[in-house]
Design a protein around this ligand. Structure first.
Ligand SMILES: *Cc1c(COP(=O)(O)O)cnc(C)c1O
Length: 230
């Protein structure tokens, strides 16, 4: 893992924000584009400069890692914490306690577990449904053809579904996948979470409400450390 200085993180964050603004302007967007800074694998010292620079939306892949990292930082910083990785149903209680937004609702069992945990906690996270937009067998997410029905099912369980999230196949141009996700989201009446370090500008051109950017801000993660959710 490359270690980037505090000043470096702040500078890279400022550059990403400027690129987001430029991409939104170029696309004629007047609706909000929100940056989720993906902090998985990075410790409090790496994350702190981004928070000090005013970053508020942060994303983690794993419940356990988030539980170890965020309660202390949250005493100092008012963040909105997003879960981006697959949720095991036995961690639903912790996830509901910790996260403001769960972007990875990807199957019936997961939706039911969140509903149950939220009921017990008296606290319901905002939710996004993850779509396996490239129909990849190893990847999480509902099939594109099942998305509309699954969103309805989530809503029937009481989950406030605000968007669809996807990670397009790494070896294909993302544009057609972003377009497909945007079309599905329009049919569900919700927004999209799409675009990472390599392609957030293109995602913004396709209407992304949330972009999820990690390495462009915090530096490269070592191979094998928290690969994108799948
Ligand atoms: C790691 C991760 C990201 C950020 O990826 P970068 O390429 O580092 O920007 C975004 N979304 C999800 C679901 C991830 O797991």
């Amino acid at each position: 893992m490359t270690v980037i200085s505090a000043a470096g993180v702040a500078e890279r964050l400022a550059r990403v924000r400027a690129e987001i603004d430029a991409a939104a302007r170029a696309a004629g967007r007047t609706d909000p584009v929100e940056l989720v800074a993906v902090t998985k694998t990075f410790g409090p010292d790496a994350v702190r400069p981004a928070l000090e620079a005013g970053q508020r939306l942060v994303g983690e892949n794993r419940v356990q890692e988030a539980r170890a990292k965020w309660p202390a930082l949250r005493e100092e910083f008012d963040v909105e914490l997003h879960l981006l990785g697959p949720l095991q149903t036995n961690k639903a209680k912790d996830a509901v306690a910790l996260f403001d937004v769960i972007q990875s609702v990807d199957r019936e069992k997961c939706a039911v577990a969140i509903a149950k945990a939220a009921d017990a906690a008296g606290k319901m996270p905002r939710c996004l449904v993850q779509v396996n937009v490239g129909r990849e067998p190893q990847k999480a997410g509902v099939a594109p053809g099942e998305t509309v029905a699954f969103v309805e099912r989530c809503r029937a369980l009481g989950l406030p579904v605000e968007g669809l999230m996807a990670i397009p196949p790494v070896d294909e141009p993302p544009g057609p996948h972003f377009a497909a996700l945007a079309e599905l989201a329009a049919r569900c009446g919700v927004a999209t979470s799409m675009g990472m370090s390599a392609d957030f500008e293109e995602a913004i051109a396709h209407g992304a409400r949330w972009v999820r950017v990690g390495s462009a801000i915090f530096g490269a993660r070592s191979p094998g450390e928290a690969p994108p959710a799948g």
